[in-house]
Design a protein around this ligand. Sequence first.
Ligand SMILES: [Zn+2]
Length: 117
Amino acid sequence: MGNGSRPGTVVVREIDHEPFEVDGEQYLVRELVWNGIDGRSYEVVRRRDDQVLTEEESFDTYPTDAQIAVALEEHGLDAEMETCKMCQKEILVATARRHDKGWVGTCCWDERLRMTA
Ligand SMILES: [Zn+2]
């Protein structure tokens, strides 16, 4: 860009991932792309007012459901959790999908599963 900014100091792109709802509010994971470096940051954002819930400490990789739940909890939100029937990880009901009698998290969801639900 030739503006002399040091690499990793300027956000050049924000990618908002699919929103999910907790307690009637929408939240989403926002991916930040920095100038001159490959590393990215991920924040949990409240959609209504763009409030960043992970301002103190963003994530270096896409947060797991358990990490998102902790960020929500720090803001007094009690996110409902379930166990992914595929990998047994803790998952957010808000982003999970019903499958048979269990839940499948974004960790394991595959569009092909939709056909067998
Ligand atoms: Zn899973």
